[in-house]
Ligand binder design. Structure first.
Ligand SMILES: C[S@@+](CC[C@H](N)C(=O)[O-])C[C@H]1O[C@@H](n2cnc3c(N)ncnc32)[C@H](O)[C@@H]1O
Length: 273
C-alpha cells in the first residue's frame, strides 16, 4: 500500500516489461499520455535534456500524421492504409482522420509492442462504413504482415494503398537493412500507392540529436538518426510529391511555421509510378 511518501507501485499489463524503456511509451510520455512507466519517463527526460524541444518535435510529428492522412485521401484518392509502427492510440488516430474525409476508408495498424496491443481495441473503433484492424507484428518480417489474414481481409492489394511509416524506421539499425524491408513492402503495393515517412535526423542540430541518441542507446535502445540522403533511399524509385523530402513542419503546413528546422525530422510522401 502506498504510504504517501513513495511513488505508487506500477503494475504491468500482461506481457509488458516495465524494467526496460520502450519507444512507444516514451513517445506517449512526450505527448502527455498516461501509458508509460518510470523507466520510460527517466529515459524520456534524459532525451528532453538533450533536446529541449523534444515534446514540440513529437507534436509536429503527430500533426504530420493528421495532414498526410487528410492529403492522401483528399488529394491522392487513397482509401486504404497500412500503418506500421502505430504507437499507443493518440486521438485523433489515423483512421479517424481518414474516415472523417472518406467514411469507408480502411486502415490496418501494425506494431510489435505489447503495450500497443493492450490498447489496440481503441484503434479498432471504426466508422461503421469503413474498417480498422490491428496486427501484432514486426516490420522486420514484412511477409508476415503482408500475408496476415486480417490484412488480406481488410485491404485490397490490387488497389492503391497508403503505406505510413511514421517515426518507426529510426528504431531499426543499419544492420537490420531497413531499406530492403521497406523495398519489400513497396514491391507488394500497386501503382498509385503512396509511401509516407518521417525520420529523425542530426542534419539540423547535430549536437542536440547526437546527445539524445546517446541517451537512448545508453539505456539499451536502438535509435538511429539518418541523413537526408539515407532517408530519401527509403522511397526507391517512387516519385516524391511536392514539396519533396522536407523538415516535418514544412511538409504542406496548415499555417506558416516560424522555424521549420526546429523539429528534427525529415518527412516525405512518394507515389508509385
Ligand atoms: C515513436 S512511435 C511512433 C508512433 C506513430 N507512428 C506516430 O508517429 O505518432 C514508434 C512505434 O514503432 C513501434 N515499433 C518499433 N519497432 C518496431 C518493429 N520492429 N515492428 C513494428 N513496430 C515497431 C514501436 O512499438 C512504437 O509504437
Amino acid at each position: 500500500m502506498a504510504d504517501g511518501n513513495s511513488a505508487p507501485t506500477e503494475v504491468a499489463p500482461p506481457g509488458v516489461n516495465i524494467n526496460v524503456p520502450h519507444s512507444a511509451r516514451i513517445y506517449d510520455y512526450w505527448l502527455g499520455g498516461k501509458d508509460n512507466f518510470a523507466i520510460d519517463r527517466q529515459v524520456g527526460e534524459a532525451m528532453i535534456k538533450a533536446i529541449p524541444g523534444m515534446r514540440y518535435m513529437a507534436g509536429e510529428n503527430r500533426k504530420f500524421v493528421h495532414r498526410v492522412a487528410r492529403d492522401l485521401v483528399v488529394n491522392e484518392g487513397i482509401t486504404q492504409f497500412l500503418d506500421i509502427g502505430t504507437g499507443i492510440p493518440t486521438r485523433p488516430n489515423l483512421h479517424e482522420i481518414a474516415q472523417g474525409h472518406k467514411p469507408s476508408a480502411k486502415v490496418v495498424y501494425v506494431d510489435n509492442d505489447p503495450i500497443v496491443l493492450v490498447h489496440a481495441r481503441a484503434l479498432m473503433i471504426s466508422n461503421p462504413a469503413g474498417r480498422s484492424e490491428y496486427i501484432a507484428a514486426d516490420i522486420r518480417e514484412p511477409r508476415s504482415i503482408l500475408d496476415d489474414p486480417a490484412l488480406r481481409d481488410t485491404l485490397d492489394l490490387k488497389q492503391p494503398v497508403g503505406l505510413t511509416l511514421i517515426a518507426i524506421l529510426m528504431l531499426l539499425s543499419d544492420a537490420d537493412d531497413p531499406w530492403s524491408l521497406v523495398a519489400e513492402l513497396r514491391d507488394a503495393l500497386p501503382s498509385g500507392s503512396c509511401l509516407a515517412i518521417t525520420h529523425p535526423t542530426a542534419d539540423f542540430n547535430p549536437d542536440e540529436v547526437n546527445a539524445a541518441v546517446a541517451a537512448a542507446t545508453g539505456a539499451g535502445m536502438t535509435l538511429v538518426a539518418r541523413t537526408k540522403e539515407a532517408v530519401s533511399r527509403f522511397f526507391g524509385d517512387w516519385e516524391l510529391l511536392e514539396p519533396g523530402l522536407s523538415p516535418v513542419s514544412a511538409w504542406r503546413p496548415d499555417a506558416p511555421v516560424a522555424d521549420p528546422q526546429a523539429a528534427y525530422y525529415w518527412a516525405g510522401v512518394a507515389r508509385k509510378p
